[in-house]
Design a protein. Structure first.
Length: 448
């Protein structure tokens, strides 16, 4: 973050000052963590469902820092900026700060693969521009709190910012995109993620396309025309915007051939043969989205090829690891939905059998959650799963349908104990379920 005058922060957030306030200060750090203040920090106090960060404001300002607080904060303390809503004020601050920089800002969303696309694009841009000149979302800071904090990390040396945007409800991407004001925006795909909050896939597609709404006037909407909802996006959400179309032979950017180990891409700057260092044919489709965006950032064929081929699996996304006895673990525990489960099962088909599969509940699937879990059970038979281990009430529905060798467990510890006693050394063990099921703990225990 570049230093900001406190007067600018007050203006950006439309705040009001406490009676005792020191204006002659430069801020170089905006944080929501009271432990991270450094004497020149702005602490954003957010009231959550469980904790209220306003409880830490007194200590923050006592150490010479500043605090952004809700207008109903009652303590008479120095160096407070009062706003009606600290979350919205954080967004305003980040949006105004972002507009201080004339650099490409890429906005990425999708039901599956948005983090992989972001990391693949980061790898390409690191080659093209140099790692120190590229900013990309860290971890999963992609919501109404995390994304503004990413925007506030932009500094004068950055040549591009790659911003991941997530959503659970309609309206969220419209808000995030309005803050980021991207120069490029893309929807990687539309699948049944967070389906419980939507009436159907078309509703999810409409919410995803909100990412295009915040594009600057000369910004580019990258649209995958192979997506079943692309026609609607082109007619409505991207109407009047500059377009870059990709995805099939009607465009000049698509996958020409695809095998288990290589894809050849046709692009406006020439054909590229890519051999990814990660599992899954779906990652070659993710790479196509990366190519479409990278071309519009001015990246060369050489940078695209080297960046994509040097990308390795992101934590918890088809990440290969070795178990305690040498069996291959495919850690896909970061999160899950029905489509990503199928993609993971397809991805391991190139690996050695026997296939073991630890599967746990998929959350936020709404009233059809049982049906989705049963359908996964039916799919397991065609993917040649040799042993199914499930945990969770919904995963029990998958277990009931699967006709092969199977066991159901009450908790994760019992799964670990069974694997320690029975997992074959030559097995491929896929582990997948919603993040809230804490399957990453199983992975760690089986590694150790």
């Amino acid at each position: 973050m570049e230093q900001l005058k406190i007067q600018d922060i007050v203006e950006f957030t439309k705040g009001k000052l406490s009676k005792e306030f020191e204006l002659d200060v430069l801020i170089d750090n905006v944080t929501m963590d009271s432990r991270a203040v450094n004497g020149k920090s702005l602490f954003v106090a957010v009231k959550g469902d469980i904790h209220d960060a306003h409880d830490y404001v007194r200590n923050v300002v006592a150490s010479g820092n500043y605090a952004l607080v809700n207008s109903n904060f009652s303590e008479d303390l120095p160096n407070l900026i009062y706003v009606s809503d600290t979350t919205l004020a954080l967004g305003l601050l980040a949006s105004n700060y972002r507009q201080m920089f004339d650099i490409p800002v890429v906005a990425i969303t999708g039901s599956n693969g948005k983090t992989s696309v972001k990391e693949m694009l980061r790898s390409v841009c690191n080659i093209q521009f140099g790692e120190e000149f590229v900013l990309a979302t860290s971890g999963n800071l992609n919501n109404h709190w995390g994304m503004p904090r990413t925007l506030l990390e932009i500094n004068k040396k950055h040549k591009v910012a790659i911003i991941e945007m997530g959503m659970n409800h309609s309206g969220e991407l419209k808000y995030l995109s309005s803050l980021a004001k991207p120069t490029l925006a893309v929807v990687n795909n539309v699948m049944f993620a967070h389906a419980g909050h939507f009436s159907g896939l078309a509703d999810i597609a409409s919410a995803k396309a909100e990412i295009y709404s915040g594009l600057l006037n000369d910004g580019i909407a990258c649209v995958d025309v192979s997506n079943q909802f692309a026609d609607g996006w082109l007619k409505n959400e991207t109407n009047g915007k500059q377009l870059f179309l990709y995805g099939n032979e009607s465009t000049n950017c698509y996958i020409k051939t695809l095998s288990t180990s290589e894809a050849i891409y046709v692009t406006p700057i020439g054909e590229i043969a890519i051999q990814l260092n990660v599992l899954g044919s779906h990652n070659y489709k993710n790479a196509l989205t990366v190519i479409a965006v990278a071309i519009n950032l001015g990246c060369s064929i050489e940078s695209i090829k080297l960046g994509l081929e040097s990308y390795s699996a992101y934590k918890g996304r088809l990440e290969p690891k070795r178990s305690f006895n040498g069996a291959l673990i495919i850690d896909d525990t970061y999160n899950a939905n029905p489509d990503s489960v199928i993609a993971a099962l397809e991805a391991i088909q190139v690996l050695a059998k026997p296939y073991w599969f630890i599967f746990a509940d998929l959350k936020e699937l709404g009233s059809d959650e049982v049906k989705y879990h049963q359908e996964i059970g039916e799919s397991l038979n065609k993917f040649g799963v040799d042993k199914l281990l499930t945990v969770g009430n919904l995963a029990k529905c998958t277990n009931d349908i699967f006709s092969g060798d199977k066991l159901h467990f009450i908790n994760n510890d019992d799964v670990v104990k069974y694997c320690r006693d029975n997992l074959p050394k030559d097995a491929t063990l896929l582990i997948k379920g919603s993040n809230s099921m804490r399957l990453s703990n199983i992975v760690e225990q089986l590694i150790n």
